[in-house]
Design a protein around this ligand. Sequence first.
Ligand code: WQD
Length: 339
Amino acid sequence: MKILVTGGLGFIGSHTVVELVNAGYDPVIIDDLSNSNIKILDQLAKIIGYKPDFYQIDLCNEKAVKDFAAKETDIAGIIHFAASKAVGESVKQPLKYYRNNFYSLINILGAYNGKALNFVFSSSCTVYGQPDILPVTEDAPVKPAESPYGNTKQIAEEILKDVVAAGTKYKVIALRYFNPVGAHDSALIGELPNGVPQNLVPFITQTAIGKREKITVFGDTYNTPDGSCIRDYIHVVDLAKAHVAAIKLMERESFNGYDVFNIGTGTGSSVLEVIKAFEKVTGVTLNYEIGPARDGDVEQVWGDVTKSTKKLNWKADLDINTMMASAWEWEKYIAQNPL
Ligand code: WQD
């Protein structure tokens, strides 16, 4: 059964391609290569044993998307990752984010409109802002977005609900990711940040390997046990498996319409705890300093995953130590084998 994976050469997309194949699906990848590397296709072939069908398409090009849909007619499901996703960049370039993230979503939905399709949307815990109650559940209020990136995720969820309510034949599941980290245990795929990493874990591994001189902890005077921010870090392989679970749930007659699930571990870890876990697992001492808080950071957020466990029939298995170990193995791999 063919599943279209947009953004399929990206960090989460590539790991999801592997899990789709493991589950017996036939992934078809679209990627515009604006924030990914074509060599990931060869890396995927080393893991799954063949090169999946790949199309380099800018999903903002409506004609190109329609031509693709006219050719690839037996797509049973779509997992839509393709989007710009850097919070800081979105503040500086809002129009790039609104254009790319909305045009791509609208074009792919329009191209397959009217077909009975299972659609998984890559959303984010960013929609919650700083929750009033922790752990945060799916029915917590969506707060005013802290960035254009977060706004595109909130509005995209509304677009999807409206599309379902309009009676199109789509079934839709939005997955609200917490913080994806780590890498496949083959160390052949992982996170490939463009330039200076914005996120914590790639900055940690690049500091550990010597690409960065030190890492700055953005604030240690928050109202948390050790003063640093808390997040729900989830292994990217667990996250990838949640997408397969979402496709399987929508294949059941009993599922209809739209639903949303938190995809996290249900456990919070502070920045300093992540650093300590990395040092313990790898034996590498990290050069870090405490710096000022980063604008836009929420103090603490972690997910209530009860609904995902019960209804999505999915639960994260891998712990923070495995996340750190796999991220480090990947960093060492790309240091020896630049893509
Ligand atoms: C985590 C913590 C930082 C770097 C964002 C998006 C989210 C998702 C993941 C796309 C924070 C601290 C970081 C550093 C640090 N993106 N930190 N020093 O901001 O929680 O989430 O990325 O899907 O939607 O919002 O992730 O990894 O940037 O930060 O102290 O050099 O690490 O302050 O507390 P974030 P992050």
